[in-house]
Ligand binder design. Structure first.
Ligand code: FAD
Length: 444
């Protein structure tokens, strides 16, 4: 029992966590996954087709030994945002002021399959597919599956996503309520296919059609297609509910995303066939129960996708948890779980706040002159005071500064930007303001 661990969920977090843990310990790990093995079926039934991978995720993949040349070949760099105006013209806004400031588009299926392969290659990780956990009873150390119930004599880690059975059980035991943060917007995925074997738009940027109360984005895929995600309200004006037939759809697209119509060749089929997904954040009040169980990744803290950080934050969880375990001689799980929760909870809460706020930035602020000026000024301040002023997007995507610190410093920096905007730039005076409000910080 001392050297065993059970994980529920073999999505993105479960296999990475087990790779890290089995690399740095002699733990024997069993993973139970409700779905079939995607490597055999080659089909996908997940939350989104592609994802943006950035520094925090890469750092964790490197820590696990997963980030090799083959892995890198799955990534498409995106250096900034290509903003599609309502009239069809495109402007480019870089993500950062350094050449290494780019994020990467990656297929969820590819990354999932790669992580499962790595986990299994460790030799002490077993993934059991088609094992849907219906109920967890951590008090009595039992997991209930469709066909059988299993007594589990090891700690159980829930990596079973935002509708986690393990989070539910931990919350019931601790007498608290899961805090789901539902926003009034939903999403739908559409495809821009390749044309004559080529991408139809620049593949090295994240495309955005910001329309104030809604937006569409597109991320490139290796097969030269793009996956678009349309975000808008579920009900009311300009909402999914309003689009009932082909005529409504075409009129809506002609009005709002006209330049994308020739690109999305199967617009009608995609729109009416593909599901409309809900966007839900989650704050789990307590992440562990004694030495019996812990939740990690989306099961502990799901966020909305507007900073592209859900997977990155989940991977960062795995690295932080793995680093903690590296120094343990004896597995005092109660203490390990509790310390992890204390260390990480405030950051998990912060990335949800940051992500909710970034939806406004993406669908609306990027269109505003003031926002663009502030972004330019932020790069100037970063060039002049690189150890003090780090633009918000840079802190989130290109550093591993804890999210709670990012949130706090982001507010101070925003105040400084508002104060300096439209004033003559005097480096001497500016330095006084910077040093008064910000401390030196490492970007590693
Ligand atoms: C539209 C959208 C876009 C996104 N874009 C990005 C992005 O660009 N960048 C980014 O970093 N993040 C993004 N995310 C967030 C990202 O998808 C999640 O943070 C990530 O998938 C979390 O991984 P996870 O393994 O914790 O959970 P999941 O990926 O949800 O995996 C959970 C696993 O557990 C299994 N499971 C669930 N319940 C049970 C059960 N009862 N029994 C057994 N198995 C079970 C599931 O089948 C699944 O395999 C996006 C999310 C959405 C919805």
């Amino acid at each position: 029992m001392k050297n065993e661990l059970t994980i529920v969920g073999s999505g993105l977090t479960g296999p990475l966590l087990s790779t890290i843990l089995s690399k740095n310990s002699n733990l024997k790990i069993n993973i139970f996954e409700r779905a079939s093995d995607p490597r055999k079926l080659n089909q996908f039934s997940g939350r989104s087709i592609n994802l943006a991978l950035s520094k925090r995720g890469i750092q964790a993949l490197k820590f696990a030994g997963v980030y090799n040349k083959k892995f890198e070949s799955l990534l498409i760099p995106m250096h900034g945002r290509s903003i599609h105006s309502i009239h069809g013209d495109i402007t480019f806004q870089p993500y950062g002021n350094k050449k290494e400031h780019f994020i990467n588009s990656v297929s969820r299926l590819d990354i999932n399959k790669t992580l499962m392969n790595f986990a299994e290659k460790m030799g002490n990780v077993n993934i059991h597919f088609e094992m849907k956990c219906k109920k967890a009873d951590l008090v009595n150390r039992k997991l209930y599956f469709d066909k059988k119930n299993i007594n589990i004599n090891s700690p159980i880690i829930g990596a079973d996503g935002y509708r986690s059975i393990i989070s539910k059980n931990i919350s019931e035991i601790n007498g608290n309520k899961l805090d789901y943060v539902d926003i009034e917007h939903s999403y739908k995925e559409l495809t821009i296919n390749s044309k004559n074997g080529e991408y139809q738009m620049d593949p090295n940027s994240l495309h955005i059609w910001p329309r104030r109360d809604m937006m569409m984005i597109a991320l490139p895929n290796l097969d030269k297609s793009f996956t678009c995600t349309l975000f808008m309200k579920s009900n009311g004006e300009n909402s999914f509910e309003e689009i009932k037939n082909s005529q409504n759809l075409i009129q809506f697209f002609e009005k709002n995303f006209n330049d994308s119509i020739p690109l999305i060749s199967n617009l009608e089929t995609d729109f009416f066939k593909n599901p409309t997904g809900k966007l839900t954040g989650l704050r789990v009040p307590t992440w562990s129960y004694k030495d019996r169980g812990l939740v990690i990744g989306d099961a502990a803290h799901a966020t909305v996708p507007f900073y592209g950080q859900g997977m990155n934050a989940s991977f960062e969880d795995c690295r932080i948890f793995g680093e903690k375990l590296q120094n343990e001689k004896q597995y005092n799980w109660d203490e390990i779980f509790h310390k992890f929760y204390i260390n990480r909870k405030k950051d998990a809460d912060a990335i949800l706040d940051l992500s909710l706020d970034n939806y406004r930035v993406m669908r609306s602020d990027v269109l505003d002159k003031k926002h663009i000026q502030k972004q330019k000024l932020a790069f100037i301040l970063n060039n002049d005071f690189p150890d003090y002023f780090i633009p918000l997007y840079t802190m989130v995507s290109f550093t591993s500064i804890p999210y709670a610190t990012v949130l706090e410093r982001g507010k101070i920096q925003d105040m400084i930007l508002d104060d300096l905007l439209n004033k003559k730039y005097d480096k001497e005076k500016v330095s006084k303001i910077i040093f008064k409000h910000l401390t030196k910080i490492s970007t590693d």
